[in-house]
Structure formats: structure tokens, C-alpha cells
Design a protein around this ligand. Sequence first.
Ligand code: LMR
Length: 331
Amino acid sequence: MLLKSLLFAVSAAALISTNASAQSPAPIVIKFSHVVATDTPKGHAALRFKELAEKGTNGRVKVDVYANSTLYKDKEEMEALQLGAVQMLAPSLAKFGPLGVKEYEVFDLPYIFPNKAALTKVTEGPIGKSMLKLLEPKGLVGLAFWDNGFKVMSANKPLHTPADFKGLKMRIQSSKVLDAQMRALSANPQVMAFSEVYQALQTGVVDGTENPPSNVYSQKMHEVQSNITLSNHGYLGYVVVVNKKFWEGLPADIRTILEGAMKEASKYANEIAQKENDDAMAAIEKSGKTKIYKLSAAEQAEWQRVLVPVQKEMEGRIGKDLIESINKATK
Ligand code: LMR
């Protein structure tokens, strides 16, 4: 009798568990596409978000991270997000201009941020909040700013003064401000997807480029550029964006957990960025493949004399008030 009821209990439990697994819904999948290597501030932060989101939701959410443009290149990824083919991206701030959100090009202005603390004041303060709101009419929700760092310039010749740029073909991201910046240096700006830069430098399609050291090193750009100048003339960072329809359609409890995971991943991203760039610069130096140049005070002043006027030149496009409010917040 005992055996019989035990057998019944076991088979009933098996039945329940089979039903339970048959009924447990498939996880919600977030495809998170980006264009840089895994071994970068953005690459690491994306993986941290995946880990936190999957753990926090007990597997109800699965985050598939596609690094290094394996799923989409930068222009395509924006389209894919708007169409809902991917759910999450972290494009660099420069990439929102072509979407029609020209205000984001303010981050590309040469010398607009004197240092990281000034930048953080903007991204984590009321200006940052209102900038995230600008994405909503585009069908996007901006969740957080992720840091990368200040840019270096590179080419196959020394770049000490603005005159050294004359006639050089310089790869830029698709930003009108970066276009104006290169023109102010008398260079020829060439818009190009990030995934194509290494080869373009290698084959001479372009002569030089700009990026924070973490991107230069992880894409091996230093191996095809003989000279790097530590110019810190401009900034490169990201906004993590999700498709609005997808985000707002999530069960509220899940969205809350994901917001928490994003908050923590963002803190992590902004903590590791500086060190990762410092480490990348040290690794570039150690490789011995490229000469690294630090501007003298006089050269620095000359770069600023040529490039700061780009702020005024771009007022009409970006908005005088926005530029002024950033300058005021960072004083
Ligand atoms: C670039 O295109 O140079 C960068 O925006 C790439 C990135 O996402 O850091």
C-alpha cells in the first residue's frame, strides 16, 4: 500500500514537473549589438549587464551580446534597433546626429569638456537627463551614459601642430562636428564605419584617425599607424538605448529588474573606462609599433586656438543654449 502510494506520488510529481517545464515561458531575449571589441570599456560593460540581467531575472531574460560588428555595423545597428531586429545598443554619441538628434554632436565639440569630472556633471545631471528624453520621438529610450574616454590622433607622420594635418585624409564618425573639426585642421574628413577603419588605414584609403586608446589598441590600429599624439582634444562616450516599444511592452517587474541591472552595469562601465584606456595606452607604448607624442604647452595652445572656434561655428546646428549650458555646468 505504502509502495503504491509512493509510486503514485512520484509519478504525480513527475507529471507536474513535466507540465511546469512545458508551461514555463521562453525567456525574453535581448539582442545587444555593438561595434567594438569585447576587451574594451563598452565590451566589458555589455557583458556585465548580461550577467546582472540574467541573474536578476532568474533566467526570464536572456541577453545575447554581439560584439565587434558581428551582427550589424554602426549605421545598420541604428536601423535594426528602430525596426526591432535588435533590442539594445550602446552607440557612440556621435552616431545620433544622422538619426536627426543633432544635439548629441555637442559631445564631439573639441575641448568642450576640460576633464572627466566636467563630463560627468553633464551626463549625470539635468542636461544628461533632458538629452536622453530627446531620443523618445525616434522610438528609442535612452537608459544610461557609458564612458569611454578622451581621444588621441594618429597618422603615419608626426602630428605636432595643426599644420601637420594639412591634406591628410582622416577617418571620422558620421558627425558634422567632427567634419568641421577636421576641416579646421585643413584635413579631409572621411566618414566610415568603425569596422572598416583598420583596413582603410592599412591600405592607405585614409591616412589617419581619432579614437580613445582602448579602441585604437583593441582594433590594432596602432600597428598600421606610425604616430600617435596624446591630444585629448575631444571625447567619445555612449548612450545605452533600447527600442521604446519593446521596453515599454516588458512586464513591469522585469523592467524594474533590468533598470537596476543597467544602473549597476553603468556604474561599472564608468569606473573601468579610465583604467582601460590607460592600460591600452601602456600596451601600445610597449608594443613599440608606434611613436607616442605628448604635446608641449605651446603646441596644446595652438591646437586649441584652431579647434575651439568649432564650438561657435556649430552653434547653429547644435543650439547655442545647449553649448552655453554645458560650458556653464563645466566651469
Ligand atoms: C567609432 O566609430 O570610432 C566609435 O564610435 C566606435 C565605438 O563604438 O566606440
